[in-house]
Design a protein around this ligand. Structure first.
Ligand SMILES: [Fe+2]
Length: 452
């Protein structure tokens, strides 16, 4: 018995009606965001492919509806298929992103009508289906899964907006500046076990489960994500040209693609500029760097005399409260994120300055683990001990393996419904169009005191 615990289920004790309300609100918020992202451009822009890396926006929209129909209307609701001919078109496993524009996709008006019809049926199902007795409907899990799916595609659509050329069409207030005094560069996380993953978070996905104890040796972790200013020192000191900072795979990639700076950056006579959702601006030194690949993150860390954190280190820094031995839902505690805690949900269209969210810091004093930028870790994506695929292998399990690296914490483009201390994202180490940055870690002294 170590006395380590996991925070309690936040929906525990709520009536079925309260859970239904919670699910309906989450679905409605997701739809409002999908509508913002698709109404921001004209029909021509909706059907166009803005980058080979991305689907046309209208594909994402109808795919959101198709998955919702599959799980909520047909599986949970037991209703007949509405448009069986759509199943193949919007099956992400059947068609690569690059091929999607040539499919006979629904047009913008049809896609909007389809997702609206699906949503009306899904709400009918949510009204009548018992939220118990079946794992898929327990605590409205399927509705939570579909909410997260829509929010994840909204973040993908936001990345498509970033790749789109042309005048700015999305608008939001500027992200906050620093709201702390000078922060220490690093925080020491003492050696010892903690509870990783979850067995109680009701809408956690299969890859976050089950909760299990992991022993982590003492390590130092950067207090905030690496900023543009710090990254520029690496760049200006020739970091991209010096083979020694790069892994073999990283150097091959960097050389083959002639990578010399984060994506969307360019050198001007007076300094570095970036393009952000159609706006040209000087690169802000105090914000976390974003649009870097795993390989660039790894090279920076080597240059800085550090390394990337493992996934377990990241989660311990984000969740572990040494005072009580509890693994919290979030760094700041167990309550859902508010605008004071973290830069989430596309409320701002960039990361916020390092030190902008003192209320979101962990008990040990690590800042901005949630929101701003996804953080690359050194870990491959895999199942936890006792992993069971649910509700289908294609959600996570088919991606397990060394070709994907785990990212943690969510970005300014991630909604609160789709992030928590246990949430795991994964992607190829070459990806740069996602809203990814990183922070560094290094080993602690081998004799650093155990916490328990
Ligand atoms: Fe999807």
């Amino acid at each position: 018995m170590t006395g380590l615990t996991e925070a309690a289920d936040p929906l525990h004790g709520l009536s079925q009606d309260a859970v239904r309300d919670h699910a309906a609100q989450a679905l409605t918020r997701a739809r409002s965001r999908s509508t913002t992202l698709t109404d921001a451009v004209d029909d021509n822009d909706l059907v166009r492919q803005h980058s080979k890396l991305m689907s046309p926006l209208v594909w994402d929209l109808a795919h959101i509806g198709s998955q919702e129909e599959l799980w909520l209307v047909r599986d949970v609701g037991g209703l007949e298929p509405m448009r069986p001919e759509l199943d193949d078109l919007y099956d992400a496993f059947q068609h690569k992103r690059a091929d999607r524009p040539s499919l006979p996709l629904l047009g913008p008006a049809e896609a909007r009508a389809y997702v609206g019809q699906v949503r009306a049926k899904a709400f009918d199902v949510l009204e009548r289906v018992p939220l118990e007795g079946r794992r898929l409907t327990e605590t409205a899990f399927a509705f939570g899964m579909i909410t997260q799916h829509e929010q994840q595609h909204d973040e993908t659509m936001l990345a498509t907006h970033q790749l789109r050329r042309g005048e700015p069409v999305l608008h939001a207030p500027a992200a906050p500046g620093r709201r702390t005094g000078k922060l220490p560069a690093e925080v020491l996380v003492p050696a010892g076990p903690f509870v990783m993953g979850t067995s109680v978070e009701p809408w956690a996905l299969d890859n976050e489960r089950p909760a299990h104890e992991v022993h982590v040796a003492a390590f130092h972790i950067d207090t905030t994500p690496v900023t543009n200013g710090a990254y520029l020192e690496f760049l200006e000191s020739g970091g991209y040209e010096q083979r020694r900072w790069w892994s073999d795979a990283g150097w091959t990639y960097r050389t083959a693609h002639q990578i010399t700076a984060p994506r969307f950056w360019r050198r001007e006579p007076g300094g570095w500029w970036r393009t952000r959702f159609g706006v040209d601006e000087p690169v802000p030194a105090d914000q976390p760097v974003v649009h870097v690949s795993f390989y660039e993150a790894e090279a920076y860390a080597a240059w800085a005399g550090k390394r990337l954190p493992t996934e377990a280190e990241w989660e311990k820094a984000a969740r572990f409260d040494p005072a009580g031995g509890q693994s919290r839902r979030y760094p700041w505690g167990n309550e859902d994120p508010t605008p004071e805690h973290a830069n989430l949900g596309q409320r701002h269209l960039s990361p916020a300055a390092a030190g902008a969210y003192p209320a979101g810091a962990s008990p040990l004093g690590v800042h901005q683990l949630i929101g701003d930028v996804w953080e690359w870790t050194s870990s491959d994506f895999g199942g936890y001990p006792g992993f069971v695929a649910f509700p289908y292998r294609e959600y996570s399990e088919v991606f397990f393996g060394p070709e994907y690296k785990v990212l943690r914490g969510g970005s300014f483009g991630t909604d609160a419904a789709a992030i928590r201390g246990t949430f795991r994202n994964w992607d190829y180490p070459i990806r740069r169009q996602i809203f990814a940055g990183f922070r560094c870690a290094r080993d602690g002294a081998p004799d650093a005191a155990e916490t328990r």
